[in-house]
Design a protein around this ligand. Structure first.
Ligand code: ZN
Ligand code: ZN
Length: 272
């Protein structure tokens, strides 16, 4: 349905260093090129976990091996592979919301990238801003607070897997959604629409049943308010590149059409 994938981790992400039975890395750019050819993908955006200054004392530990070096290395590696490139390849990142005022990428650095994807619910990472408690009302309020902090920055492109986090961390997502202030949700989504910050449809998150049901309702509201969307598999292994049949069915059920999605080319064009 959508011949692109805008959320792909290579082995420049610390959590994408898996190997196959022959100990070859499963998330090398080369493997992604092979898989893209197999499934007929036309474009992909590499979005490794990235904050631009990993030297800041007290920074979330997960990002300590991040920084501009990984983007430079990925670029160099892609240049070396340019003969084998089978589809359009873009370089973006998945950064982090470090506080309501601070995301891991500055506006100037964002301009050097094709795409900046910002998660707001990485509650499993120690040091990332947390709700006051894991009571549904507190989680709901915190999710909206962090989402609002991102969509008020028009230079950010899309929110990664909005409202998604394992229920082993946050508890029952249905209870959280029931406790959510819906007027405030509408306001935040309206702000996203006005500022041109998209919401991601994340193929990996949709495999959680509660999430799939709740996010369908949120997406319908967002679309009615003029929000645009990006699609990403969130692959950490080339085998998971692209769109699954389940994700395709979910998108069709949710009333989204291909025109609701920003393509990698459109995201790059935003840079002017
Ligand atoms: Zn993420
Ligand atoms: Zn990711």
């Amino acid at each position: 349905m959508l011949p692109f994938d805008s959320h792909v981790h290579t082995y420049y992400s610390p959590c994408a260093r898996g190997v196959d039975q022959s100990t070859n890395p499963v998330a090398s750019p080369q493997r992604y090129f092979q898989r893209a050819e197999e499934i007929g993908l036309r474009a992909m955006i590499f979005t490794d976990h990235f904050v631009e200054d990993p030297t800041l004392p007290g920074l979330v530990l997960f990002y300590k091996s991040s920084g501009k070096a990984i983007l430079r290395d990925l670029r160099l590696e892609l240049e070396r592979l340019s003969d084998t490139q089978v589809c359009d390849v873009f370089i973006g990142c998945e950064t982090e919301t470090l506080s309501t005022e601070w995301v891991g990428v500055s506006e100037a650095t964002a301009r050097e990238l094709d795409f900046v994807l910002v998660p707001t619910t990485h509650y499993h990472l120690p040091g990332v801003p947390q709700p006051a408690s894991m009571a549904p009302r507190d989680v709901a309020a915190h999710m909206l607070l962090m989402l609002e902090s991102v969509v008020q920055k028009p230079w950010l492109d899309s929110v990664a897997h909005p409202f998604s986090e394992p229920e082993t961390v946050i508890g029952d997502l249905r209870a959280i959604y029931d406790a959510m202030d819906k007027a405030r949700l509408r306001d935040v989504l309206g702000l996203a629409a006005r500022n041109g910050v998209a919401l991601e449809v994340n193929g990996s998150s949709l495999t959680a049943p509660n999430y799939a049901a709740i996010y369908r309702e949120i997406v319908a509201l967002a679309k009615s308010l003029g929000v645009r969307f990006t699609y990403g598999s969130d692959a950490h292994d080339s085998a998971n590149l692209g769109m699954t049949q389940a994700a395709e069915a979910w998108i069709a059920d949710s009333g989204l059409t291909p025109e609701d999605f920003l393509t990698p080319q459109m995201l790059r064009a935003k840079r002017g």
